[in-house]
Design a protein around this ligand. Structure first.
Ligand SMILES: [Ca+2]
Ligand SMILES: [Ca+2]
Length: 197
């Protein structure tokens, strides 16, 4: 009973009941190696600090978009940032940061273990957006969720001059007709997908 009562008093100190944010993956350009992470802060307070894990990418750099403070990251995808004045991470729906990546070791990119703090250092409720599956749309070479001429350009470039140490491309994207080979036949299938739309 005693621990139960302690829990009742401590819980409100750890979690703000009236503040909520969405953290989700925005625009992606796999050729450029850039993924946008967006924040929807419902308020009423600004956010002063955050941390979360981004799995599935080999991160090379992170640039804060909504604020100028540096964002730290580790090889295993831990991301951490804070704002000295808090107002840099205000109420609203906007791109929080731009993640540059050199490789996509896992076609499924997910965020986890988020901690966001308001101006009083109180943790707010975080709703994580869905994982991004680079293999979800056959022929979508640049990972933007659509199949168009940009994907053909990227595919041709990849066939002629495969990157060395650059962004990885999965067989699930390249082998569009699923015959086990990556060649001109797949480009023809991509073209037919575009023309059918
Ligand atoms: Ca595309
Ligand atoms: Ca094929």
């Amino acid at each position: 009973m005693r621990s139960f009562l302690i829990g009742i008093f401590i819980f409100p100190l750890l979690f703000s009941q009236d503040q909520e944010v969405d953290l989700y993956i925005g625009d992606i350009d796999r050729f450029a190696g850039i993924m946008e992470i967006r924040l929807n802060n419902y308020g009423p307070d600004d956010i002063c600090g955050f941390q979360f894990i981004l799995d599935g990418l080999e991160i090379t750099a992170i640039e804060g978009i909504s604020y100028s403070q540096p964002v730290s990251f580790t090889d295993d995808g831990q991301i951490l940032g804070f704002s000295m004045m808090c107002g840099d991470i205000p109420v609203g729906d906007y791109p929080l940061m731009e993640v540059s990546f050199a490789d996509v070791p896992n076609p499924l990119v997910c965020m986890s273990e988020p901690v966001f703090a308001d101006e009083s250092g109180i943790s707010v409720l975080v709703n994580l957006g869905p994982c991004h599956d680079f293999c979800s749309v056959p022929g979508d070479m640049n990972g933007d969720g659509m199949v168009n001429v940009l994907d053909i350009v990227g595919f041709v470039t990849l066939l002629i001059d495969p990157p060395i140490g650059g962004n990885a491309y999965f067989i699930c994207d390249q082998d569009v007709n699923q015959d086990g080979s990556v060649d001109i036949l797949d480009i023809v299938v991509i073209v037919s997908i575009i023309l059918a739309e």
